[in-house]
Design a protein around this ligand. Structure first.
Ligand code: S3P
Length: 451
């Protein structure tokens, strides 16, 4: 359920074949950062193709609360009139981030080195997620924190008046933690260094460079990425065009692979190397996927993805690939249900702390629909090719990607698949049902069951 809204059970049944050309909404990671960095620049940033989902709109409200003016213009472009690094105003009232982990963790980083107080709240999902991974390095930089037990939300912080720049080795593969430290470092005097043993998505680094920060990336002798940032730059406003979200594209990609006769092209999708693990994996599984028209757009690689229905085969997905497809395992598990043999996915410990315990949520959802799987502490094995898939109801646990993944399952199953709450999809992909309905999918809504 999205924060404060009523759960709406939703089902899909066998649909398609899917054909034609489509686009998915703007990238969520880039959309959050566009609003944040625009707020920290002095002058007007413009953002075309912003993802208008609940998560991103919560970030817009948080940036407004500290003084940025963010407006949607008649042509759909967002303008962000930044207040400037070091000049944030103290927000009145609490900052409600709903379901948005990226929003709250990166914002804590920004506020953590400003001399302001702020209180953060979220929905039941976000309130259960660990914030210590961000609050601990911020404490080292001088931020005061009062949080619920286990460093959960609600949490109040008082940013450091004189923040200390830090050298920080990120203890888990997390772009959010890396980004929170770098963003706190923006308003600290001197050099902040983040060492990243396992590379994760690099939008913060690339976009901060684009906004004019003095940020350098190198690789040390141990093969770790080392990011150095000189504090207190004057950030310059940018004109941004947000490409399609590869994580959202994962849903039509898998739908086309598993629904017989399908042949689709998804245009203008971000192809950043830290985001394309799902495509690599599906190609290794025998998926007929071609990247067309690769091009550069504002410093990021984008392209069109052509996908045709394919008989997939089970593989072992390398554990080191996990950071480049961390949000795509639920939909990969759905693809694996239609593959010949076993698909083994190791290195999934971070899935336990996403919008839900995604490893458990996926395993229970597969079992509810007759798909054999084995879950361990940090691995999942899915056995494909079961007879008579579907017929189950999946508990989404306020997790948009669990809802969408199992709705895709229903599009290729013998029996319909129901998710207990379709409203959660608005977190990241509010046009999901429209996009698939336009392609010929059939959704069934069960509002009466929600009462
Ligand atoms: C994100 C980083 C990832 C990812 C999330 C978006 C980001 O989280 O799961 O959806 O925009 O930095 P972690 O940093 O927890 O891996």
């Amino acid at each position: 359920m999205s924060h404060g809204s009523t759960p709406v059970p939703l089902s899909t049944r066998a649909s398609g074949p899917f054909s034609g050309t489509l686009r998915v909404p703007g990238d969520k990671s880039i959309s959050h950062r566009a609003l944040m960095f625009g707020a920290l620049a002095i002058g007007r940033t413009t953002v075309k193709g912003l993802l208008e989902s609940e998560d991103v709109l919560a970030t817009a409200d948080a940036m407004r609360a500290v003084g940025a003016v963010i407006e949607k213009q008649d042509d759909g472009t967002y303008t962000v009139d930044g207040i400037g690094l070091g000049s944030l105003l103290e927000p009145e009232g609490v900052i409600d981030f709903g379901n948005a982990g990226t929003g709250v963790r990166l914002t804590m980083g920004i506020f953590g080195s400003h001399d302001i107080a702020a209180t953060f709240v979220g929905d039941a999902s976000l309130s259960g997620r660990p914030m210590g991974r961000v609050l601990n390095p911020l404490r080292e930089m001088g931020t005061s924190v009062i949080a619920r037990e286990g460093d959960r939300l609600p949490a109040s912080i008082r940013g450091a008046k004189h923040p200390t720049p830090l050298t920080y080795r990120v203890p888990m593969a997390s772009a959010q933690v890396k980004s929170a430290v770098l963003l706190a470092g923006l308003n600290a005097p001197g050099t902040t260094t983040v060492i990243e043993p396992i590379p994760t998505r690099d939008h913060t680094e690339k976009m901060l460079q684009g906004f004019g920060a003095d940020l350098d990336v190198s690789v040390n002798e141990a093969g770790e990425r080392v990011i150095t940032l000189q504090g207190q730059p004057e950030l310059k406003p940018q004109d941004l065009d947000v490409p399609g979200d590869p994580s959202s594209a994962g849903f039509p990609i898998v739908a086309a692979l598993i629904v017989p006769g399908s042949d689709i092209t998804i245009e203008n999708v971000l192809l950043n190397e830290h985001r394309t693990g799902l495509i690599t994996t599906l190609i290794e599984m025998g998926g007929d996927i071609e990247i067309l028209n690769r091009r550069d757009a504002s410093g990021e690689e984008v392209g069109d993805i052509h996908v045709r229905h394919s008989q997939l085969k089970g593989i072992t997905v390398p554990a080191e690939r996990a950071p480049s497809m961390i949000d795509e395992y639920p939909v990969l598990a759905v693809a694996a249900a239609f593959a010949r043999g076993d698909t083994f996915m190791p290195g999934l410990d971070e899935l336990r702390v996403k919008e839900s315990d995604r490893l458990a949520a996926v395993a229970r959802g597969l079992e509810a629909n007759g798909i054999p799987c084995v879950e361990t502490k940090d691995t999942l094995t899915v056995t494909g090719g079961a007879n008579s898939i579907g017929g189950g109801t999946v508990v989404t646990h306020l997790d948009h990607r669990i809802a969408m993944s199992f709705l895709i399952l229903g599009m290729a199953s013998e029996k319909p698949v129901t998710v207990d709450d379709g409203a959660v999809i608005a977190t990241s992909f509010p046009t999901f049902t429209k996009l698939f309905t336009d392609m010929g999918a059939s959704f069934e809504n069960h509002p009466s069951e929600a009462a």
